[in-house]
Design a protein around this ligand. Sequence first.
Ligand code: LLP
Length: 442
Amino acid sequence: MDAEREAQGQVILTDNIERKADGRLFFAGHSVPDLAEQYGTPLYLMDEQRLRANCRMYTRTFRECFGGRALPLYAGKAASFRQIYRIADEEGMGVDAVSPGEIHTALSVGFPAEKIFFHGDGKTDADIRFALDHQVGYFIVDNPDELEQLALEAASRGLRQKVLLRVTPGIDPHTYKAINTGTVDVKFGVPLETGQAFAFVRRALELPGLEVRGLHCHVGSEVFDESVFEDTIDVMTAFMAEVQQKLGFVTDMLNVGGGYGVRYLETDRSIDIPARIRQVAGHLKERTESLGLPLPYFMMEPGRSIVADAGMTVYTVSSVKRIPGYKYYVVIDGGMSDNPRYPLYQAPYTVLHADREAPFYAVYDLAGRCCESGDIIQPMVRLPADTKRGDHIAVCTTGAYNYSMASNYNRLGRPPVVMLTPEGSYVAVRRETLDDLIALDC
Ligand code: LLP
C-alpha cells in the first residue's frame, strides 16, 4: 500500500479494501456501491491483480528455491470457473482437480492436460476413464481400490499412467475438524502409521499400467502453525527413505498439499508465505541430504491463499429487524446459498457497510434469505445504527470456497462473478436466471 493511497482513505483488512473519505467502500480500486448498482446483488467480486499476484508469490518463490524442479498447483476446489483456469495457466501454475467437472472446466479453456493432477477419494470407474480419455498428466491415487481399477484400465489401453500415491502422515494441523485431512483416521489417503502406506507403494510398483512418480500428502486447510509443513516433511522423507531402502523406489516427486491460512479478521495473524516456503525448501534439502535421498521435484496445492483475499461478496439489505432486549438482524438478499461457511464451520468474516460510515453503530446478526434459522452469514457484526433496506453490505475475503460451495437452496440463482482490473470490470460467470433454474427439469 503506498502512502499516497493510504492518505486518501482508510485501508481495511487487506490493501485492496479501502474506505474513502466520503464513506464509500472501494475494492481493487472500484467503488463497491457503483458495482452493486451496475451488476445487481448478490454479487461476487474478484480482484484479478490480487489473484495474479498470489499466483506469482508461489511461482517466483518456487523458482527461487528449486529452480525448474517445482510446480505450484492451484487447488480448483477453492473457486472453479473458466476464467480462473485461464489465469492460472497464464501465471504458470498447474492444477489440482477433484472431479471430471473441474477437469472439463480447465480443459475447456485449453489448460494443458499434462499439468492437471487428478485428486479425490471417490473416483468412479467413469471418472477414471474420463481422465484417461483426456490424458490428464497425473492421477493422485487415494486408495488401493482406485489403484487396482486405474492400473487395469490403463493397462488395457496399453498406457503407463503417471501417478502419485496419497499417504496420510498422521500430522495434526491444528485446524477445524471438518477440514483436517492429515491425521491417521481421516477418509483421505493411506496411513503410514498402520503400515498400509508401505503396502500401497509396494503394490503400486508391481502393477502394470502405472508409472509411480512419487508421493502426495495434505494435512489440512487454514494452517497457521509454522511447524506443520516441516513436521510433514520429516515424516514424508523418513517414509521416502524406507521405500527407497526396502523397495528400491526413488521418490521423484513430492507433493505436500495445500493449506496456508489467510486473514479473515483484523485480529488474525498474517503469514509470510514466501518466507515459509523458503523455510520448507531448506528443511527438505537438509532432510533429503542427511538421508541420502535425491531432492524430489516439489509441489504444493494452494487454494485459499490464491483466491480468498481476491474476493468480496456484495449484498443489498432487505430488512432490518430489531427485537428489543434480544437481538438485531440485518437481512440481506443472499445467504447460505452463496456462502455456507458460517453454518458449516462457524467461519469468521469481516462485514462492512459499503455505502457509508455513521456516527453510531449497533451490533447485528447478518442473516440470509434462506428458510432456516441457521442461515447466518456472520453473527455479531458492527454496522451503522441507521442501517436500512436498500443499503449495500460487503463481506470480505470470500474468494475461496464461496462460489465453489454455493447451491440453489430455495431455488435461489447463484450470483455472478465479476472480475475487477485496473482498467474496469467484466463478467467471468453470469448470474443464474430463473430459466437456468428449471433448465434441467424434465
Ligand atoms: N489439496 C488437497 C488435497 C485438499 O484437500 C485441499 C483442500 C487443498 C489442496 C487446498 O487447500 P487450501 O490451500 O485451500 O487450504 N471447504 C472448506 C475447505 C476445505 C478444504 C478441502 N481441501 C472451507 O470452506 O474452509
